[in-house]
Ligand binder design. Structure first.
Ligand SMILES: Cc1ncc(C[n+]2csc(CCOP(=O)(O)OP(=O)(O)O)c2C)c(N)n1
Ligand SMILES: [Mg+2]
Length: 423
């Protein structure tokens, strides 16, 4: 409201004070200070005298809050109260072995790429607990997993043959053929597009009256894409049984999250759509499991949850990247101490459920298993070039028929007569 005449003690003719030059911000690159929330439109304006101006009465119509959940800390100490009703010792041993197998798989995939036996590969190292904990809370063959490319640990728990991921990254499309009965969509390389598909699956389940939940897995970078926001909006408006699971690993390739968004958490973005937002320690298998289990229960009631799992990729973005060029060695070292496998091992060791002999035996088993998986992936009969033609058209136009005939015998896509090849 405009100020009342006479209330402002400063005469209009008073000379304004000369402006002092603003000191230049000396924030380090990539670490911009967060802007304070000082621009509340409902803050009572004050006249220059310091007295509050008269204004329309206002009330707070919305307040948001994001909680952070951690149950198992980096030293392997468990909060027994929060852990109640979550994972048994048997479950934890199983998940530790599973995550260790996934890591061995990750290491061999890296070597396959470096030795020219695979095109490219995005390592999952460091993010195993986020994926495995969440995956373990979902019902195999009932709920749907709609992944990106850092959830191997969840996909394998739900029956995706381990060869498939290697095949995919070897450039063989059969890697994306998901076996019947396995409720997983092919991994999505386009960033942030697939949460819409998860919403579609959840919508179909709701319309059919089926007891199913769909889970979209994606990274922090994906939340900068419009599709994720559209998916959230549809999900809450239609009250769908869907969960959004965001692995916030602080980076979208070489772009740090501080350059992507100013909000303190990713989870708070969900509040705008009236979804429940929660942040968890993504390197904590208990937190990941519990957050997903709770989200599942809400999903069945049509309440949408957005889980932000704070984690870290300890490898490069993909094998085509070299993270040393843009991130500090010290940052990586800090996160090594928070390794999700290390803390589970510490926890189990303290409970006398694990020891060095078990570790050694497990590593030998995994080495053999991973060797077999690679053999299967590399041993599969090579696809025929005819596949390109056979599965694209109902009936092939003559030009393509000619290309199909000559593809293996002559210059690419050339008819032998055209090139005077009479082999
Ligand atoms: C629609 C789209 N835009 C850009 C890219 C290129 N791209 C590949 S990965 C990536 C970063 C993704 O970051 P984030 O979502 O945080 O996942 P992360 O790789 O960190 O797990 C980008 C921009 C893409 N694949 N798809
Ligand atoms: Mg990321």
């Amino acid at each position: 409201m405009p100020s009342r005449p006479g209330r402002d003690s400063r005469s209009r003719r008073d000379k304004p004070e000369p402006k002092k030059p603003r000191p230049k911000a000396a924030a380090p690159r990539g670490k911009r200070p967060r802007r304070a929330a000082a621009h509340s439109p409902t803050a009572t304006p004050r006249a220059a005298s310091g007295a509050p101006e008269r204004s329309m009465p206002t009330k707070t119509v919305y307040e948001g809050r994001i909680e952070h959940l951690q149950i198992l800390d980096e030293n392997g100490r468990l909060d027994e109260r929060l852990a109640k009703g979550t994972l048994s010792d048997e479950d934890v041993v199983f998940l530790y072995e599973h995550m260790s197998l996934c890591r061995a798989y990750d290491e061999i995939a890296f070597k396959l790429q470096r030795s020219g036996r695979m095109g490219t590969y995005p390592q999952n190292i460091g993010q195993e607990a986020a994926a495995a904990g969440a995956g373990f809370a979902l019902r195999k063959g009932i709920d749907w997993l709609v992944p990106c490319y850092r959830e191997n640990a969840a996909l394998f728990l739900h029956g995706l043959p381990m060869e498939k991921i290697l095949l995919h990254w070897m450039g063989d499309e059969r890697g994306n053929q998901i076996p019947e009965g396995v409720n997983i969509l092919p991994i999505s390389i386009p960033i942030g597009t697939h949460p819409l598909h998860a919403v579609g699956i959840a919508w179909a389940a709701k319309l059919r009256g089926e007891d199913r939940v769909a889970v979209a897995f994606f990274g922090d970078g994906a939340t900068s894409e419009g599709d994720v926001h559209e998916a959230l909006n549809f999900a809450t408006v239609l009250r769908l049984p869907v969960v959004f699971f965001c692995q916030n690993n602080s980076w979208a390739i070489s772009v740090p999250s501080s350059k992507q968004f100013l909000n303190k958490t990713v989870a708070q973005r969900a509040l705008a759509y009236d979804a429940i937002g929660i942040q968890i320690d993504g390197n904590d298998i208990f937190a990941s499991y519990k957050a997903m289990k709770d989200a599942m229960a809400r999903a069945k009631e049509g309440v949408v949850t957005f889980i932000e799992a704070v984690t870290y990729r300890m490898g490069d973005h993909t094998t085509a990247d070299d993270a040393r060029r843009y991130r500090d060695a010290a940052e990586l070292e800090t996160w090594r101490q928070r390794d999700p496998l290390l803390r589970v091992r510490r926890y189990l060791t303290a409970k006398n459920k694990w020891d060095d002999a078990k570790q050694e035996a497990m590593e030998a088993r995994h080495k053999a298993r991973v060797g077999e998986i690679v053999k299967n992936a590399e041993g599969i009969e090579k696809p025929s070039t005819a596949d390109i033609f056979d599965y694209t058209f109902a009936s092939l136009p003559p030009e393509l028929e000619r290309q199909k005939d000559t593809m293996r015998t002559a210059g690419l896509a050339q008819h032998p007569e055209q090139e005077r090849l009479t082999r």
